[in-house]
Write a protein of this length. Structure first.
Length: 291
């Protein structure tokens, strides 16, 4: 259901109907090459793949619902001569309470995931988090969203305030998303074709094999890789059938950072690599319209 891969608070935007459709099953592949504008600044390549399934279970038709969302992600590439290959598999479980108050809905969620270096059996590679997102239906065409997201990242506790919108501007144009996770503008040409622009932001951390747990006499540290990526692009959706959608997107990253760190009770050292470049994305989804 999400247009992008991302952390749990992006899943919220789509589960909570902050968009005009639900992607029940979706797979994405994103490639960002080395070179282009920053060839001498921390050269970076990235191959990102993910697949996720979204299953809403209504307790009664049009009423409260549980949401089950298992997902798998893989990111492989190289940054400044360092190879990386990290995996994430997890489960999002949410409960959507309709009409908590007149015109107000509430989504609460628990997220568990295992983020780690591929091919390694590592201790302490599980993360736990959650979120709360409220939706205020101001009119038939405009809903506003507010909430908070938390995850126990390997670099520390991570909190994020959420603010979103679902605005049907007219019959052909829609603006939807939950920031800072994502924001999408969609223009519908006809029943088979739509296009628009998309912004997304992600923050993820992965447990790495510990190479040296003692730095400057401080022992007990554990290694991790933190990835912060912001993407701004244009996309097109082609409906191969009523419910099968092929998507293509291209854009540029903004303030992208890969940070290798080691963190323990008395130590937290980081090496920071920054580089922005073009990215290209292809997606295939089984989609249900919500309007």
């Amino acid at each position: 259901m999400k247009r992008i891969i991302l952390p749990g608070y992006i899943i919220l935007s789509s589960i909570a109907h902050a968009q005009p459709y639900l992607d029940v099953l979706r797979t994405n592949y994103t490639y960002s090459p080395e070179g282009a504008l920053n060839t001498k600044k921390n050269p970076l390549t990235s191959n990102f793949f993910n697949i996720n399934l979204n299953v809403p279970i209504e307790l009664k038709k049009g009423g409260d619902a549980f949401i089950i969302n298992p997902f798998f992600e893989q990111n492989q590439g190289q940054v400044s001569g360092n190879d990386f290959h990290v995996l994430s598999k997890g489960l999002f479980v949410g409960f959507l309470k309709k009409d908590l108050f007149p015109n107000w809905n509430l989504l609460s969620a628990f997220i568990i995931r295992r983020n780690k270096e591929a091919g390694e059996d590592l201790p302490d590679d599980w993360q736990y988090g959650g979120a709360i997102l409220t939706t205020y239906k101001r009119s038939e065409h405009l809903s506003l969203k507010f909430g908070i997201y938390y995850n126990k990242e390997f670099f520390g506790n991570y909190f994020m305030a959420l603010a979103g919108i679902d605005w049907q501007i007219d019959k052909k144009n829609t603006l939807f998303g939950v920031l800072p996770g994502n924001l999408v503008f969609e223009h519908k040409v006809n029943q088979r074709l739509s296009y628009g622009s998309a912004f997304r932001a992600l923050t993820n951390s992965y447990r790495l094999a510990t190479t040296d747990s003692c730095i400057n006499g401080n022992c007990g540290g554990k290694n991790y890789l933190r990835i912060d990526d912001n993407q701004l692009g244009i996309y097109g959706d082609v409906y191969l059938s009523k419910k099968i959608v092929l998507s293509g997107e291209m854009g540029y990253t903004i303030l992208r950072r890969y940070r290798y760190g080691i963190k323990g009770e008395n130590i937290h050292e980081k090496t920071d690599y920054r580089n922005d470049n073009f990215y290209f994305r292809a997606s295939l989804a089984y989609r249900l319209s919500l309007r």
